[in-house]
Design a protein around this ligand. Structure first.
Ligand code: SAH
Length: 389
């Protein structure tokens, strides 16, 4: 049976032709009868075929492009897309057994996320279309990768916009509560059912490795989660201190230090805003500070408050850094582009009377590939700044 058709407005068609992968509901001119999650044929107002897409009956993003060619979206297509995603990771993932295997749109599988933690896979199906095909994805992942277990972390809020419930659990195989995997030559434990995101912030892996190359002396790792930046740098540093608001994260960081026989690391549960202020006022100084906060700007409306938050932590961090020190400052808010983060840190540097040089302007690890024509796939910014004086 031929797939149902969706006709775009001229504006919707233009957007797609300019390289974007999403079409908003307001850019749809007409549709056949559609079910949630249907695969549809996209056409311009003149009837010209534009590609195959997945339809959502609820999200403002009404269709998400799968492919621009007129090919069937069947098991064979999905299998080939998963294989291509895996081949790409073989090229770009170095020295790690935990990484993102599938990153949605960037892998031609919109809203499908698959993270690999050693032999266990964690799945997110974030739209009606991938939800509807979840059993197929589980079957194909088993066939291609023979994982010990497949879990689902379908608890991100975006699922609510699709009218989908929040769900976490084991979909296949057996999982006993913790996985050990490695990155940058260190071993880490991962709690895949209860940890943040799918268990870890895999997107910072390359930045953790690169930062370690610069870090010497005393490091303060604010928003440390399970200790990634601190423990990766611990061998080069004289001491590392990690701060996180989450007791579970701090306990995991301590276990990760033991796992790697690291003895110069301390982790504690505290609010990074308070700690930075206390250290500043007490005259405590560090040679390196890492700021990797959660997204302060979840939407445009929260941008002014987010700006103040980023300014505050960057200002404090600069005040407690010794000359010759390193600031690693990050933002994972899509609404804070790199130019804005640079502007905020520049303001903080002027206020703190510090002279900085930009050593590196980095982004998410390459297993979270950024689509050139789709800015939404780029969300992580990580600036490495040297303190001259
Ligand atoms: N750097 C980490 C990831 C950090 S994610 C890594 O490489 O793995 C952001 C972390 O900030 C989360 O662990 C969250 O628990 C923590 N957090 C959120 N608000 C905080 C606050 N005010 N003070 C300290 N930690 C906070």
């Amino acid at each position: 049976m031929p797939e149902p058709q969706v006709t775009l407005t001229p504006r919707g068609a233009r957007r797609l032709l300019l390289g974007h992968h999403w079409v908003y509901r307001s850019d749809i001119q007409a549709t056949d009868n559609l079910e949630p999650g249907d695969t549809v044929r996209l056409r311009d107002p003149g009837g010209r075929f534009l590609g195959k897409a997945w339809f959502s009956s609820r999200s403002q993003i009404a269709v998400r492009l799968i492919v621009r060619d007129d090919v069937p979206i069947d098991d064979d297509y999905l299998r080939r897309a998963l294989q291509a995603a895996a081949r790409f990771r073989q090229r770009v993932v170095e020295n790690a057994t935990a990484y993102r295997l599938v990153y949605g749109e960037s892998d031609g599988l919109p809203t499908l996320i698959v993270d690999r933690y050693a032999d266990t896979l964690v799945l997110q199906t974030l739209s009606q279309a991938t939800e509807r095909r979840q059993e197929t994805f589980v079957r194909l992942l088993e066939e291609l990768f023979h994982p010990t277990a497949i879990l689902e972390r379908n608890d991100p809020k975006v699922r609510l916009l699709e009218g989908l419930e929040q769900r976490v659990g084991v979909l296949a195989g057996s999982y006993d509560g913790e996985i050990e995997a490695c990155e940058n030559g260190r071993r880490f434990g991962y709690d895949l059912l209860h940890g943040q995101k799918t268990g870890a912030f895999l997107d910072q892996r390359e930045n953790r490795g690169a930062a370690a190359g610069y870090i010497r002396g005393e490091l303060l790792d604010c928003f440390c989660y399970t200790g990634g930046f601190a423990l990766t740098a611990a061998a080069q540093a004289s001491s590392v201190e990690g701060i996180d608001l989450s007791p579970a994260a701090v306990a995991a960081a301590q276990r990760n230090a033991e796992r790697n026989q690291i003895t110069n690391a301390t982790f504690r549960e505290a609010n990074a805003f308070d700690v930075l202020k206390q250290y500043d006022e007490a005259g405590r100084r560090f040679d390196a500070v890492v700021l990797d906060p959660p997204a302060f700007a979840k939407n445009r409306a929260s941008l002014p408050a987010a700006r103040r938050g980023y300014k505050e932590i960057n200002l404090r961090a600069l005040k407690i850094l010794r000359p010759g020190g390193l600031l690693v400052t990050c933002s994972c808010s899509h609404h804070v582009p790199e130019s804005l983060l640079l502007e905020i840190v520049a303001e903080a540097a002027v206020d703190a009377r510090r002279q900085l040089v930009v050593l590196e302007r980095r982004t998410q690890a390459r297993d979270h590939p950024i689509l050139l024509t789709m800015p939404e796939t780029h969300y992580l910014k990580a600036l490495f700044l040297g303190v001259l004086s």
